[in-house]
Design a protein around this ligand. Structure first.
Ligand code: PEP
Length: 249
């Protein structure tokens, strides 16, 4: 059985007020059903402690990024071990905004995956093609390269800590979502890449991200290779986020 995960990436949004209002509401609404979903809140790192304190046992916490290093003179960086120490179970790695706005390379993504895994975090590795790459017929090759390069150093003992989020860049924050069929096709292709890497592909959770909302989540999550979602904008609203969690079959 693969883990069903819905993770809310707050990006650089939120406040202590939002934490108290949203986490309390999400926590109590999650207690009213049990479809096996693991709900994760991924706030800006400054709020991780507040979220962890209020999350209870129904809600996990993550960070949006970790450093390439364990500790040392890297001003402004936060290590995976620190995130773990502060109550995180998850980290995003290689979100398209990190790749595009901060020049994060496939090699850095692989290093961060290594840091996350050795620190005991689940690494949610984000991959996805741009519109230009999709229009040029390169979507699958781009995503396949990103997956291979990110996971190049993963040892057999660590696969259970790996999750892949397929997030077409053109769907993030745009209101455009991949069709359920297109998303399913890419998830199946990713699972084939994982098999070719010798990973236990059928046990690795694959999430879809990109303008997932309460009204399109069920169709996406009904696909056989989609095991949940990575949610941006809609995760800032407690009711929307819980509706998306409920949409997991
Ligand atoms: C994201 O930030 O990973 C994301 C999917 O954003 P949105 O849901 O807003 O498109």
């Amino acid at each position: 059985m693969r883990r069903k995960i819905v993770a809310g990436n707050w990006k650089m949004n939120g406040s202590k007020d939002l934490v108290s209002n949203l986490v309390g509401q999400v926590r109590s609404e999650l207690a009213s059903f049990d479809n096996g979903v693991e709900a994760v809140i991924i706030p800006p790192a400054l709020f991780v402690g507040d979220v962890a304190e209020q999350a209870g046992d129904k809600l996990a916490v993550g960070v949006q990024n970790v450093a390439c290093w364990g500790s040392g003179a890297y001003t402004g960086e936060i290590s995976a071990a620190m995130a773990k120490d502060c109550g995180c179970g998850f980290t995003l790695v290689g979100h398209s905004e990190r790749r595009q706005l901060f020049g994060e390379t496939d090699e850095q993504v692989a290093t961060k995956v290594g840091q996350a895994l050795t620190s005991g975090l689940v690494a949610v590795v984000c991959v996805g093609e741009t519109l230009e790459e999709r229009d040029a017929g390169k979507a699958e090759s781009v995503v396949s390269r990103q997956v291979r390069k990110a996971l190049v150093d993963v040892g057999s003992e660590s696969w259970q800590q790996v999750v892949i989020a397929y997030e077409p860049v053109w769907a993030i924050g745009t209101g455009k979502t991949a069709t359920a069929d297109d998303a399913q096709a890419m998830h199946a292709a990713i699972r084939d890449v994982l098999k070719s890497l010798g990973a236990p592909a059928d046990e690795i959770s694959l999430l879809y991200g990109g303008s997932v909302k309460a009204d399109n989540a069920a169709a996406l999550f009904a696909q056989p290779d989609i095991d949940g979602g990575l949610i941006g904008g809609a995760s800032l609203d407690a009711s929307d986020f819980v509706s998306i969690c409920r949409a997991v079959p």
